[in-house]
Design a protein around this ligand. Structure first.
Ligand code: SF4
Length: 400
């Protein structure tokens, strides 16, 4: 039987942990990961489809978003979506990640006219069409479209085995004047927590996460993890939690903010592992932490998230994906085996009620294919993880 989770007050007490205590927490988190997930380090071979970079928010750390008319404004055409999906299927990808700015329909009439030209009434309709196109090519869609209402969640659930929304932080303080979410109405924690709650009520397996280093305090990080834990206790729907680090760039308002150091990241990852129930996958993006694979493994991650053999990380394009063969060797040195996984975790497939019945066949087929691929130590099954689809939005960085 698993040990009981730390209480909220015990968790908050760990916010101020010093180096020695953080090292202990890392050991406890790694042991817990070993018991729950073993020594397989998973990743999702994906294609990244940045459907549009139009966004009504202005997060101070983002260089992905655009308004209509801005240089680098981007909305993928249906034929560009098809071309990316075809390249992904040919490269053996498993997941089609649809990612876009928040609420462009409500903010930009010009964008709605673009959608109408494509034959769609709204973004959700375009996302539904894209997801169906992905399924036709044997790819499993996973959509991260920012804050969505209940009707949109219901519609997207029919064509997505799982959906995503980063909480980033539960701290309303980050929305105050002078803080990074001041001009980002969709980053109000209450809106994001409400959507995550609705997704749980609809029995949608969800990917979520926290963003580290945008001005939050350590206590606020712990509070964010506790807020996610409370949602998961209510619905059991959080399949994975991303611990994503902010990385500074010259063109953003937070250009001068330092990056979270090794100890900060280790502390955040270890607490994510220790505070959430062990069945929740904990991941950290390898392209944002190219020198930290061993550190992250020692802190309790069991997953690396999406890695694409065909497209750049459009929201973090300055950070290339790792080469799979090299990554496999690195994790092997730490005693792990790199393995591909699907966009929905097995527990949600095995339990009735999470997956729309219309998607079951596609998911089971993909699970079988990935199991056959098995050990990617040579990195041969998916080739080199480097972009081959040339077109995309301008260099940018964001989360959703
Ligand atoms: S981080 Fe996401 S929500 Fe914020 S401005 Fe960028 S695209 Fe929009």
């Amino acid at each position: 039987m698993s040990a009981p989770l730390l209480s909220d007050s015990e968790a908050l007490g760990l916010a101020g942990a010093g180096e020695a205590r953080i090292l202990e927490l890392m050991r406890e988190a790694a042991a817990l990961r070993d018991r729950a997930w073993g020594r397989a380090l998973t990743f999702s071979p994906k294609v990244f489809l940045p459907l549009t970079n139009l966004c009504r928010n202005h997060c101070d750390y983002c260089s992905f978003r655009r308004s209509p008319g801005d240089p680098g404004e981007w909305t993928m055409t249906p034929s560009e979506v098809e071309a990316s999906l075809a390249a992904a299927a040919a490269a053996g990808c498993s997941e089609a990640l649809f990612c876009l700015g928040d609420n462009p329909d409500s903010a930009f009439p010009a964008y709605r006219r673009t959608l109408a030209r494509f034959g769609h009434d709204d973004t959700v309709a375009y996302l539904e069409a894209g997801a169906r196109a992905a399924l036709r090519r044997g790819l499993l869609p996973h959509t991260n479209a920012g804050v969505l209402d209940r009707e949109a969640l219901v519609r997207l659930r029919r064509v997505n085995p799982s959906l995503g929304l980063m909480l980033e932080s539960s701290s309303p303080r980050l929305c105050d004047r002078g803080m990074p979410h001041h001009r980002a109405p969709d980053k109000r924690p209450s809106r994001r927590l409400r959507m995550l709650d609705e997704a749980g009520a609809l029995r949608i397996p969800m990917t979520t996460g926290v963003l580290i280093g945008i001005g939050e305090t350590r206590r606020e990080r712990v509070e964010s993890l506790l807020a996610l834990r409370a949602l998961h206790a209510r619905h059991g729907h959080l399949q994975e939690l991303i611990v994503q680090n902010f990385t500074p760039r010259p063109e953003i308002a937070l250009a001068d903010r330092g990056e979270a150091g090794d100890l900060e990241m280790a502390h955040a990852v270890a607490l994510a592992r220790l505070l959430l129930p062990p069945e929740v996958s904990v991941q950290s993006p390898p392209n944002l932490n190219p020198t930290r694979t061993a550190l992250l493994l020692s802190s309790g991650i069991n997953d690396l998230g999406g890695i694409s053999p065909v497209t750049a990380d459009y929201v973090n394009p300055r950070h290339p994906w790792p080469v799979l063969a090299e990554l496999a060797r690195t994790v092997a040195r730490e005693g792990f085996e790199l393995r591909p996984r699907a966009a929905i975790y097995p527990a949600f497939v095995a339990t009735e009620g999470w997956l729309d019945p219309a998607l079951r066949g596609a998911v089971l087929a993909e699970q079988s294919r990935l199991a056959r691929l098995g050990d990617l130590a040579a990195g041969a099954a998916l080739g080199r993880a480097e972009p081959s689809v040339a077109r995309g939005p301008a260099p940018a960085e964001a989360t959703q």
